[in-house]
Design a protein around this ligand. Structure first.
Ligand SMILES: [Zn+2]
Length: 311
C-alpha cells in the first residue's frame, strides 16, 4: 500500500491497521501505531523508505492492543525511534502478557490466548503522554482522550487530520463481530461524544477507510452500545450468572463466536456492560448459593421508557 497524504504534514499507510504518518520539519517521520507484527512493520518501513525517503524517529502509540503496537519492537530495532504511549496502556507495551491475562480473568493465560493477535512483542516506552498538546519536530499535535476501548486510548489531531484510533470501528467489523470489544462503557460513550466535537478535514480510523466525516461512524457505534445497554437489564429479569448473561447477549445479537480468542475478547466486554449498569443502578450483582448472580434492579426503568431527569 502506498503512502496517502491528506495535508502537507499528515497522511497514512493504509492497511489492516492504518499507520499514521507525520512529517517533521527536520525531514524525519513519526508513525502513529505500527501494525500487528514484524512483517507488518517491515512492510511499512519499506513503503516509507521507498516513497518518502525519510528516517522514522518516533512512534506514537494510540493504545495497547497487539494489532496496533505489535510492530513497535521491529521499528525500534531497525530505526532507533523513540516510543510515546498513553498512561496505563504504556504498561501493556512493556509487559504485553498483561493483554491476554486481562482477557483471562487476570490469570496466567492458556496457550489459546498466546497467539500473535493477542500477545505482541514487548515495546520500550520512552515517554508517557500526559500532555494535551505535544510537538514533533515543529509540528503541533493535539492529544485527544478517547478512553473506553482501552483504559488509556488516545487519538491525535494534526493539521486538521484526526487519527481517531479504535473509538469507532467500521461497519464491516461491526457487522462481523456484532458487539465491539470495550473496557469501559461510560468512558467509551464520553469518547464518542468527544470525537463528535473534534473539527477535522479528514478522519483516519485505526481500521477501515479514511473519510472526511466521523459523524456517521460515531452514530453507528453509539447505537450499538445503547442497544446492548438496553438489552442486558431485560435479560437479567431472570437472575443469571455473568456467563449466562454473556451467552444470552451473544444469542440476542447473533454474535459469531468461533474460537477461544474471539470468546475471550468479548468476555470482559459483557463485564464492562454489567459494571456500567450496576453503577447506573439498573442491575445488581450478588452472591447467591456460591454464584455471582446478576438481576435487574427493583424499580429500574423498563426498556423504551424515558430516563427520569428529575426536577
Ligand atoms: Zn483496539
Amino acid at each position: 500500500m502506498p503512502v496517502v497524504m491528506f495535508s502537507e504534514v499528515a497522511g497514512c499507510v493504509p492497511g489492516g491497521v492504518n499507520v499514521g504518518i507525520i512529517l517533521g520539519g527536520d525531514g524525519s517521520v513519526a508513525v502513529i501505531d505500527t501494525g500487528l507484527n514484524e512483517s507488518n512493520a517491515k512492510k511499512t518501513l519499506k513503503t516509507i523508505a521507498a516513497e518518502l525517503n525519510r528516517p522514522v524517529t518516533r512512534i506514537l502509540t494510540t493504545h495497547a492492543h497487539a494489532d496496533h503496537f505489535g510492530g513497535n519492537a521491529t521499528v525500534v530495532k531497525r530505526t532507533g525511534a523513540d516510543v510515546w504511549a498513553p498512561p496505563v496502556d504504556e504498561a501493556v507495551l512493556r509487559y504485553p502478557i498483561l493483554q491476554p491475562s486481562l482477557l483471562f480473568a487476570g490469570a496466567d493465560p492458556p496457550p489459546d490466548l498466546r497467539g500473535g493477535f493477542l500477545l505482541a512483542d514487548a515495546s520500550p516506552v520512552d515517554h508517557v503522554i500526559t500532555e494535551s498538546r505535544i510537538e514533533f519536530e515543529g509540528v503541533a499535535i493535539d492529544v485527544v482522550p478517547l478512553y473506553g476501548h482501552s483504559p488509556g486510548q488516545i487519538g491525535f489531531l494534526v493539521d486538521g487530520i484526526f487519527f481517531c484510533a479504535d473509538v469507532v470501528l467500521p461497519e464491516s467489523v461491526l457487522a462481523k463481530y456484532r458487539i465491539p470489544y470495550l473496557y469501559s462503557v461510560r468512558d467509551h460513550l464520553q469518547a464518542l461524544d468527544r470525537a463528535e466535537t473534534i473539527e477535522h478535514r479528514q478522519v483516519v480510523p485505526g481500521h477501515g477507510a479514511p473519510s472526511e466525516n466521523i459523524l456517521p461512524a460515531v452514530a453507528l457505534n453509539r447505537a450499538l452500545v445503547l442497544d446492548v445497554l438496553e438489552k442486558v437489564p431485560e435479560l437479567c429479569r431472570e437472575p443469571k450468572t455473568a456467563e449466562s448473561v454473556f451467552h444470552a447477549v451473544l444469542e440476542a445479537f447473533d454474535a459469531p463466536i468461533t474460537d477461544a480468542p474471539v470468546y475471550y475478547l468479548l468476555h470482559p466486554t459483557i463485564h464492562a456492560f454489567l459494571s456500567e449498569l450496576a453503577t447506573r443502578g439498573e442491575v445488581v450483582g450478588e452472591v447467591v448459593d456460591r454464584r455471582m448472580v446478576w438481576r435487574r434492579a427493583k424499580g429500574a426503568r423498563e426498556a423504551g421508557q424515558p430516563v427520569e431527569t428529575g426536577g
